[in-house]
Design a protein around this ligand. Structure first.
Ligand code: TXA
Ligand code: MG
Length: 320
C-alpha cells in the first residue's frame, strides 16, 4: 500500500526524482510521472499493464504552458481551451519533439489537458515539467475516483497518492481532435457535446468501438468490473433462476424483483451530473459484493453527460 496524504512538497520531490504519484483530478485520479523522461513513462505503462500502442495524456497547468509542448494551437482549439480549461477537456495537438515518442505511441499528435483540481493545479504550477497521466487503474478496469480506489489496485505501484477527495465530475475527460475540417470528439467524457457545440458549433462524434481502435485506447470492452455485467435487455432474454445473486446499477429508480440492498441508484433525483459522479463508485461497490454474481444495468437518457455514461455502460457490458 502506498503513502496517502496531501503533501504537495512530497509529491514534488517524488516526481522530481523520477517516481510516480497518483494525482487527483476533477474527472478521475491519474497515475502521474514526468512526461519528458522515457524511463518514467515506461514505468507508467508497466504499472498499469497498459499496451504501448495506447498513448498517454499530458497534463499541464495552463494553455500558455501547453504552447511549449505543441507546434500550433488551431483557432477552434484555442477557443475551446480558453473557455473550458482548466476542466474535463483533452485536446489533440501536433507535438513538438520535446514530447517523447513513448508518450504518444509514435503518433504526431499529443493529448493535452489542464485539470481543474486545486491540489493538482498547484502541483503542476510548481514543477517545471508536464505530467503524463493515464487513469490510475489497471488497464481495462474501472477508473478511480477516490484515493482509496487507487490504493486498492495500484497501491504497490505508486510512490505516493495525493489525496484530493472524491472526483467531482467522476468520468474521464472529453477528447477532441482538430485534424480535418470539423472538430471530432474521440472520447465522450466530462464535458458534454452540447457544451462544446455551444461554443464552436457542430462537431463530429467519432467514438470507435473495436478491438483494434484507430483512436487507440477506445477498446470495445473497457471500464469493466470483474463481476459479469449485462444489459437488462440482453438479460431478459436469458433469465437466471436465482435472482438473489443479481445486483443492479440503475439510473433513478430501483428495479422490481431485485433486492433493493443489491441495487446502486446513480441519482434518485435523475440528476445527470450526480449520476456521472457516482458511476464508477457504483460499479466498484457492486463488483466487490461477494453475494452478487451478475450485475444488470441499463442505459440512461442520452443527454448531457448521459452520452458519456452510456458509452461507459456500452463498453463495460461489451463481450470480447
Ligand atoms: O480524465 C482523464 O482524461 C484522465 C485524467 C487522469 O486526466 N485520464 C485518462 O487517461 O483518462 P487514459 O490514459 O485512461 O485515457 C487516455 C485516452 C486513451 O484512450 C488514449 O488512447 C487517448 O486518450 N489518447 C491519448 N493520446 C492520444 C492521441 N495522440 N491520439 C488519440 N488518442 C489519444
Ligand atoms: Mg483509462
Amino acid at each position: 500500500m502506498a503513502d496517502i496524504g496531501q503533501d504537495i512538497n512530497h509529491a514534488k520531490e517524488v516526481l522530481g526524482s523520477g517516481g510516480l504519484v497518483a494525482i487527483p483530478t476533477e474527472t478521475v485520479y491519474g497515475l502521474a510521472g514526468n512526461a519528458l523522461d522515457d524511463n518514467v513513462v515506461t514505468k507508467i505503462f508497466k504499472a498499469k499493464q497498459r499496451p504501448s500502442f495506447d498513448p498517454l495524456i499530458v497534463h499541464t497547468s495552463s494553455l500558455d504552458k501547453a504552447r511549449d509542448l505543441v507546434i500550433e494551437v488551431p483557432e477552434p482549439a484555442e477557443i475551446l481551451a480558453s473557455r473550458f480549461w482548466p476542466g474535463p477537456l483533452t485536446i489533440l495537438l501536433k507535438r513538438k519533439p520535446i514530447i517523447p515518442d513513448l508518450v504518444t505511441s509514435g503518433l504526431d499528435t499529443v493529448a493535452i489537458r489542464v485539470p481543474a483540481h486545486e491540489l493538482t493545479q498547484k502541483l503542476l504550477k510548481e514543477i517545471d515539467f508536464p505530467l503524463a497521466a493515464p487513469s490510475a487503474n489497471p488497464f481495462g478496469y474501472v477508473s478511480p475516483t477516490t484515493a482509496e480506489h487507487v490504493n486498492q489496485q495500484l497501491g504497490s505501484e505508486v510512490d505516493y497518492i495525493l489525496d484530493g477527495g472524491d472526483s467531482e465530475v467522476g468520468i474521464e475527460s472529453t477528447i477532441v481532435s482538430f485534424e480535418g475540417t470539423t472538430p471530432k470528439v474521440l472520447r465522450l467524457g466530462g464535458l458534454s457535446v452540447e457544451e462544446i457545440e455551444g461554443v464552436i458549433g457542430s462537431v463530429e462524434v467519432n467514438i470507435h468501438s473495436s478491438s483494434k481502435p484507430d483512436a487507440p485506447g477506445m477498446l470495445k470492452s473497457h471500464y469493466a468490473p470483474k463481476t459479469e455485467i449485462v444489459l437488462l435487455d440482453a438479460f431478459n432474454l436469458q433469465p437466471v433462476e436465482d435472482l438473489s445473486r443479481i445486483g443492479a446499477l440503475v439510473f433513478d429508480k430501483p428495479l422490481d424483483h431485485i433486492d433493493p440492498d443489491k441495487q446502486f441508484i446513480l441519482s434518485e433525483t435523475g440528476d445527470m451530473n450526480e449520476a456521472a459522479r457516482r458511476l464508477f463508485t457504483g460499479l466498484r461497490a457492486l463488483d466487490q459484493r461477494i453475494d452478487i454474481s451478475t450485475i444488470v444495468t441499463n442505459f440512461v437518457p442520452n443527454i448531457g453527460l448521459g452520452r458519456a455514461i452510456n458509452d461507459r455502460i456500452r463498453r463495460a457490458t461489451a463481450k470480447e
